[in-house]
Ligand binder design. Structure first.
Ligand SMILES: Cc1ncc(C[n+]2csc(CCOP(=O)(O)OP(=O)(O)O)c2C)c(N)n1
Ligand code: SF4
Length: 254
């Protein structure tokens, strides 16, 4: 029990602003634990996204930069190429990464930038009121699809891991979830693997995490976890989509 409640050195004492049952705080803790375990805190720059995690820089004992809508992979590219010794944690939600920043993430992956992308997929635009995102399921009700997402009008869900895995350069791509203890453990391992690969100069990695947004899903926190297990992860299957040496040389590696 002591281990579970021990605050990692990578987090400060501020109370987080997230809603009860939100996944962002869970992932923040895992990131901080991992940076401490790998002794990377001193050389990490955390890139905060737009969306509910816009204030992530309030909580981490790392250096920070705030990227505009969708631009985190481009900012990460510049930081890493100019300072190859840094560890870059590029953190984005699905509205940010899969809508505003689709071009940036595709090209950063295709170039094989040596960065770690943590992608929080909660199937809505959380911060701005639960609007439909590219990741919203067909039939899912949101504030801008009150009768459910209609694929004839709004298209089908965008599958980021599957899409990026069609490019040759990425070193590691995995989709995990926060809905059970087993999946929490897998998520923590995936984050650790991503940071470790970056520290060893192995190239681009992305961990997509299916994460609850009870507030905008209109559910209690336990119901939200069940919905991930029973519905969301059917559309977004968990697993490893790439785990092999990149087919291109990692650029500007230390
Ligand atoms: C009225 C309005 N439209 C668009 C934006 C741009 N914007 C900032 S945050 C956000 C939602 C981000 O959602 P996501 O990336 O999924 O992150 P989450 O909040 O779900 O963690 C949008 C659309 C804005 N701030 N205000
Ligand atoms: S609106 Fe959703 S994503 Fe945003 S803090 Fe609340 S639960 Fe988390």
């Amino acid at each position: 029990m002591e281990k579970i409640f021990k605050k990692p050195k990578g987090l400060n004492d501020k109370t987080m602003h997230y809603c009860p049952g939100c996944g962002h705080g869970i992932v923040h803790k895992m990131i901080a634990q991992t940076l401490e375990e790998l002794d990377l805190l001193e050389r990490t720059i955390f890139i905060s996204p737009v969306g509910c995690a816009v204030f992530a820089y309030w909580y981490f004992n790392t250096d920070h930069i705030q990227a505009a809508h969708g631009r985190a992979p481009a900012v990460a590219t510049g930081l890493k190429r100019a300072n190859p010794e840094l560890i870059i944690v590029s953190y984005q939600g699905d509205g940010d990464l899969a809508s505003a920043g689709t071009a940036e993430i595709v090209h950063a992956a295709a170039r094989g930038e040596n960065i770690s992308v943590i992608f929080i997929n909660n199937a809505v635009y959380g911060m701005t009121g639960g609007q439909m995102a590219p990741t919203t399921l067909v039939g899912q009700k949101t504030s801008t699809s009150p009768f459910g997402r209609d694929p004839n009008f709004a298209g089908h869900p965008l599958k980021v891991c599957e899409m990026l895995a069609t490019t040759k350069a990425p070193r590691y791509i995995e989709r995990t979830s926060l809905d059970s203890v087993a999946n929490l453990n897998k998520t923590k391992k995936a984050i650790k693997k991503s940071f470790d690969l970056q520290a060893r100069g192995e190239g681009f990695s992305l961990v997509e995490i299916l994460s609850p947004c009870p507030t905008n899903w209109g559910m209690s926190p336990p119901e939200a976890m069940d919905w991930i297990a029973e519905t969301l992860s059917k559309e977004y299957p968990l697993g490893v989509f790439r785990d092999e040496r990149a087919d291109t040389e990692v650029r500007n590696d230390s």
